[in-house]
Structure formats: structure tokens, C-alpha cells
Ligand binder design. Structure first.
Ligand code: ADP
Length: 403
């Protein structure tokens, strides 16, 4: 089955065309037939297409909106084969969507209802779903795969904040967690690599990219995660602050003459690695500035970033009563041996000793980077959210046909 995976951002669409079925999933040999993105909608949008055996296309082109972007994608991939189903990344599923679902009118209304919780993301995801339905017709099934769904198994002690309980009951204020598709993919890869049954997976996954989150996975299920009511909570990120004392907001209103919306933008877009370093949100730039120019603010930003990860690791190991492995994934987690080494430094007290040679000489498909004697293992497993979305889409469509 050829699945078109769509990931709609505020002014971008990323896509992959993936061939998958039960046998391919079993053998881990699903095929990515094409991938690409259309970014910065406007008169000169950036367009990138890649397909196996064809020259890569990189060009600028006028792309008005999500519908126009999807129309261009469909025109381009028509020559590669039919599209049998579409899988959409949807950011927020609230408490209602605890797994991937086939999209119908009721599901659309449900995603719309969750937009209150993710006003920047869900409306954009809905735009992508509506455009794909209009362009492909209702005969091509569409499936929604939610970033929040994997965390639906968290116990109330993990998802409730210590606020008056009425705020949860009336206003749905709780930890939802995000990056669920990535944490789930990595956990499933680990399970397969180690030949374990799903409920024997006890690990901590660290998704470190522009956005960063940690997940405590106990008996194969999300037990706790660092992102909360929104993706702002938890680890230090490219431009997000992660954990701070909430009283800082009131202090800024009273003493820095800032309005809540300005503070929200400050915490989401001007903080994190960028805010501390004053230089960049990009870890590569900061590492270069630290190592080559001895830039003290770049070093400080990296040190705060790594210390926060350690804090969550230690906390999750205590919460879970021990874990078997720590997994690095995401752009930073997969590609930066220096950051992995800085995070793991001193974790011998938890049984984790990094093998410095393996850490630096890792093949692109990842692998184990702890010493053989390490009781807490450490691995790098590249994430693949698009593949997870394609597989879920296939399984949901197959199940709905079987009924
Ligand atoms: P997103 O969360 O937007 O998907 P990615 O997962 O691609 O982002 O991660 C982007 C981050 O990964 C950036 O901070 C980038 O600097 C970092 N990164 C990518 N490659 C390397 C590398 N070789 N060394 C250090 N950081 C890297």
C-alpha cells in the first residue's frame, strides 16, 4: 500500500510517500519512494523533492497555502504510483484520541475541539486534511496520527499538576506530552533489536532536536514525559525555555511592563539555547562557537541544556524504579557525540559508562554506545516519525476494512 504521509506546519508541508504492508512491516523493509517539503509559503516558497533514481529538485516557486502545496505534491508524485491512503500528523488529540484513527466527520469535529489546546497546530493540521480530501476524493482513506496519543497511558500521578483538581475537571489542564510518535517508534525499535516482548521495555528515550523531550517508558508504555500541557515544559530546547518558575511571568508583567502574549512569545521563541547564548538556537553553531572560539555564553547554554537532561534522566530512573537503557534520538541526539558525552559524563553512578570510541564511531543507523559492562545501556536509535505514521495508517485502514 502506498501511503502519503503529510506533516503540515504553519507555513510548510513536509511529505513522504512510503510503500508498506504487513510483510514489509514484519521485515522492517518498508520503502520510502519519495520525500520532500514546501516551505515559507509565498511568491518564492522553497520546494524540495527527492525520489529514488530521479534527480533531486530544489527550486523556488509560488505556493499560496496548504491546499496549493498539496496540489503540487500530488502532481509531482503521480508518476511514482497510486496513493492508497494518507496519514496525517496531528499535534493534539486531547484525552479523546488515544490512538490513530480513520478520519470521518466526527473525527474532524474532535480534532477541531482539541484546537483550543493547540491553537497554533490543530487548525493547520485540519487545513491539510481538508485539502487532501478535496483533492483526492473521499475514496482514499485518511488517518490521523496524534503526537499526544502515546502518552495516554501515563498514570494520574504523572499527568496531573498539583493545582486545584477543578482546573483539570473544568479546563482539561493536565500534562499531555508530545513527540509521542517518535518515542513510540524508538521504543519499538529497541524492543525488536533486543528481541523483547513489548511489556519488557523499560527505557528512557531522549528526543533531542529543535524541540526536546524525555520519556520514561515502563513496561512498554509511556509512564511520564517532560513536555506538559504544551510543548514548552521540560528540557531546554532551541528557543523554548523548558521548566521555569511560573511566578516569573507575574514578575515580568509587574516589573518589565510585558503583556502575557509577549511573555509567551519570549518563552517559546527567544529563550532556550538561543536566549542563553544570545547567538543561535542551532546546537552545531553553539558547539563550533564553544570549541573554536571559546564563547562563554555558548558553553553556558550547552551546559544548562545537558544538566537539564541529566536531571530528568535521574528523576525518571527513580520514578520507574530503574531502567535498562537510555536512548538518544532527534537531530542532536543522533548526530552529536559531544553532547551525548557531556550528558552521560558522571552517570557511572547510575551504572551508565559510555564507550568513547563507539560513541564517536557510530554507523548512521545507530547502535549501542555504552561499554559491555555498563548495567544501564545507552543506545542511539534514529527516529522515523513518518514511517510510524505510514505503518499506523496501513494498520488502521486494514482494520477498518476487516470490520
Ligand atoms: P526538529 O526538532 O526541527 O525536527 P532536528 O531533529 O532536525 O529538528 O534537530 C535539529 C537540531 O539538531 C539542531 O539544533 C541542529 O544543530 C542539531 N544537529 C544536527 N546535526 C548535528 C550535529 N552533527 N552536531 C550537533 N548538532 C546537530
Amino acid at each position: 500500500m502506498n501511503i502519503l504521509v503529510l506533516n503540515c506546519g504553519s507555513s510548510s508541508v513536509r511529505f513522504q510517500l512510503i510503500a508498506t504492508d504487513a510483510a514489509l512491516i514484519e521485515r522492517d523493509s518498508d520503502l520510502c519512494l519519495a520525500r520532500g517539503h514546501l516551505e515559507r509559503f509565498g511568491p518564492e516558497s522553497l520546494v524540495s523533492f527527492r525520489a529514488e533514481g530521479q534527480p533531486a529538485i530544489e527550486r523556488t516557486e509560488a505556493v499560496a497555502d496548504h491546499r496549493a502545496a498539496i496540489e503540487i505534491i500530488l502532481r509531482w508524485i503521480k508518476s511514482l504510483g497510486d496513493i492508497h491512503a494518507v496519514g496525517h500528523r496531528v499535534v493534539h488529540g486531547g484525552e479523546r484520541f488515544q490512538q490513530s484513527v480513520r478520519i470521518d466527520e466526527e473525527v474532524l469535529a474532535g480534532i477541531e475541539a482539541c484546537a483550543e489546546l493547540a491553537p497554533l497546530h490543530n487548525p493547520v493540521n485540519l487545513r491539510g486534511i481538508r485539502a487532501a480530501t478535496e483533492l483526492l476524493g473521499t475514496d482514499v482513506p485518511q488517518v490521523a496520527v496524534f503526537d499526544t496519543a502515546f502518552h495516554a497511558t501515563m498514570p494520574d500521578t504523572s499527568y496531573l499538576y498539583a493545582l486545584p483538581l477543578e482546573l483539570y475537571q473544568k479546563h482539561h489542564i493536565r500534562r499531555y506530552g508530545f513527540h509521542g510518535t517518535s518515542h513510540r517508534y524508538v521504543a519499538e525499535r529497541y524492543q525488536k533489536l533486543k528481541g523483547l516482548s513489548p511489556d519488557a521495555v523499560n527505557i528512557i528515550t531522549l528526543h533531542l532536536g529543535n524541540g526536546c523531550s524525555a520519556c520514561a517508558i515502563k513496561n512498554g508504555k509511556s509512564f511520564d514525559t517532560s513536555m506538559g500541557f504544551t510543548p514548552l515544559e521540560g528540557l531546554v530546547m532551541g528557543t523554548r525555555c523548558g521548566d521555569i518558575d511560573p511566578s516569573i511571568i507575574e514578575h515580568l508583567v509587574a516589573h518589565a511592563d510585558m503583556r502575557p502574549a509577549e511573555i509567551d512569545a519570549l518563552l517559546n521563541f527567544d529563550s532556550g539555547l538561543l536566549g542563553v547564548s544570545g547567538l543561535s538556537n542551532d546546537m552545531r553553531t553553539l558547539l563550533d562557537a564553544d570549541i573554536e572560539q571559546h564563547n562563554p555564553r555558548a558553553r553556558l547554554a550547552i551546559d544548562i541544556f545537558c544538566q537539564r537532561v541529566k536531571k530528568y534522566l535521574g528523576g525518571y530512573i527513580a520514578e520507574m524504579g530503574g531502567a535498562d537503557a537510555v536512548i538518544f534520538t532527534g537531530g542532536i541526539g543522533e548526530n552529536s557525540p559531544v553532547i551525548r558525552a557531556r550528558i552521560c559524563k558522571g552517570l557511572e553512578c547510575l551504572g551508565l559508562t559510555l564507550d568513547s570510541v563507539r560513541n564517536f564511531e557510530l554507523p548512521p543507523n545507530g547502535g549501542e554506545i555504552s561499554t559491555p559492562g555498563s548495567s544501564l545501556k545507552c543506545l542511539v536509535i534514529p527516529t522515523n516519525e513518518e514511517l510510524m505514521i505510514a505503518r499506523d495508517t496501513f494498520l488502521v485502514v486494514e482494520n477498518s476494512r476487516a470490520r
